[in-house]
Design a protein around this ligand. Structure first.
Ligand SMILES: NC(=O)c1ccc[n+]([C@@H]2O[C@H](COP(=O)([O-])OP(=O)(O)OC[C@H]3O[C@@H](n4cnc5c(N)ncnc54)[C@H](O)[C@@H]3O)[C@@H](O)[C@H]2O)c1
Ligand SMILES: [Zn+2]
Ligand SMILES: [Zn+2]
Length: 383
């Protein structure tokens, strides 16, 4: 490619400071170094974790940054030592790397690669390395990915090669929300056929958890959200009941216990609120209920009375749905191409990078939106 080995100037949405709109800027993206891949991003979606960094976590050392971590694209060029990828490959960047060499990658018990940015980050949700500059300043790569940019550079252990037949404007969702929610039900909770489940929070992650509970054979799936507009989509994806905590004057775990003869078998928290995490645990049957925390916050502690666990409940956490990065993404892309996974249902808007602040605003409002896909570059050429 004509751009290989050269600095690329392109558009990116830069978060200069917390709690402010993103600014579309011309940035410079350096060529990939050893073991790195430069990717032309074709489609990216917005996940609540991007909003968390910008409006909730707001770490002092986390700006300026380019947000975004749920995307698909095409390899533009590769650095020295890269053998797995070639220009033209369709790929999904991974916020959770899989080096395949470390003790964690070699264990079936975890997806937490020791080399992933999540382990080597500075404290903020940004890594130490970045190939971005803008107006003479280094711009950080959020979640190691930064997909609100036309081009990114990323380590090859954090890239999944996908089937060339995959439509990038759909499978981009597999880069975070879909794997996270679906896997939390299937891999982490290990939902059993005939069981009763509750999913708290019906953004893309929670809706994917509903889809995972259904795929695992759950008999009853109770979807819980403060926003009544989320009920319809949850039902399309497999929810059998919808409960709005605002409609009840007693704690939500008591409402669910009343509906389920004492509690659900599995609950999945997809909000990122420590009170909801506690409610999700308490909504489980005391004898054997399993509750999975998926929602993200680093700001508050969670509290629970010991008997709530001593009685027999299990409390678990799940990152990226327990999927190992590269393996999980290719498995889920295959499931989509085999028509075993719904993705279209999650897409409510197609927008451009220039509309990124509108996309963020829509997501903040919640309304009836579930996820927003932004088509950056000339994505139509790559479908
Ligand atoms: N663990 C991981 O690997 C991982 C990956 C991706 C996202 N996340 C986290 O998952 C969470 C969900 O992400 P998303 O993109 O689907 O978010 P979202 O903002 O689209 O959806 C959150 C939903 O929760 C609902 N909600 C808010 N307060 C509630 C309450 N008290 N009770 C019930 N529902 C409530 C909102 O109405 C909304 O529908 C976020 O915290 C995000 O950071 C975690
Ligand atoms: Zn995400
Ligand atoms: Zn590893």
């Amino acid at each position: 490619m004509a751009t290989a080995g050269k600095v690329i100037q392109c558009k990116a949405a830069v978060a200069w400071e917390p709690n402010k709109p993103l600014v579309i800027e011309e940035i410079e993206v350096a060529p990939p170094q050893a073991d790195e891949v430069r990717i032309k991003i074709v489609a990216t979606a917005v996940c609540h974790t991007d909003l968390y960094h910008l409006f909730e976590g707001m770490p002092k050392d986390g700006f300026p940054a380019v947000l975004g971590h749920e995307a698909a694209g095409i390899v533009e060029s590769v650095g020295p030592e890269v053998t797995e990828f070639q220009p033209g490959d369709k790929v999904i960047p991974l916020f959770l790397a899989q080096c395949k060499e470390c003790r964690f990658c070699k264990s079936p018990k975890t997806n937490q690669c020791e080399l992933a940015w999540t382990r080597i980050r500075q404290g903020a949700m940004v890594g130490k390395e970045s190939r971005f500059t803008c107006k003479g300043k280094k711009v950080l790569q959020f979640a190691g990915t930064s997909t609100f940019s036309e081009y990114i550079v990323i380590h090859q252990i954090a890239v999944a090669k996908i089937d060339p037949a995959a439509p990038l404007d759909k499978v981009c969702l597999i880069g975070c929300g879909i794997c996270t929610g679906y896997g939390a039900a299937v891999n982490t909770a290990k939902v059993e056929p005939g069981s009763t489940c509750a999913v708290f929070g019906l953004g893309a992650v929670g809706l994917a958890a509903v889809m995972g509970c259904k795929a695992a054979g759950a008999k009853r799936i109770i979807a819980v959200d403060l926003n009544p507009d989320k009920a319809e989509k949850a039902k399309v994806l497999g929810a059998t009941d919808f409960v709005n905590p605002k409609d009840h004057n007693k704690p939500i775990h008591e409402v669910l216990a009343g509906m389920t003869n004492g509690g659900v078998d599995y609950s999945v928290e997809c909000v990122g609120n420590v009170e909801v995490m506690r409610s999700a645990l308490e909504s489980c049957l005391p004898a054997w209920g399993v509750s999975v925390i998926v929602g993200w916050t680093e700001m508050f502690d969670i509290k629970i009375r010991p008997p709530h666990l001593i009685s027999g409940r299990t409390w678990k956490g799940s990152m990226f749905g327990g999927f190992k990065g590269k393996d999980g993404v290719s498995e889920m892309v295959k499931a989509y191409l085999d028509k075993k996974l719904q993705l279209e249902e999650f897409i409510t808007h197609n927008m451009t990078l220039d509309q990124i602040n509108d996309a963020i605003e829509l997501m903040k409002q919640g309304k009836w939106y579930h996820i927003l896909v932004l088509f950056i570059n000339q994505w139509v050429h790559f479908k």
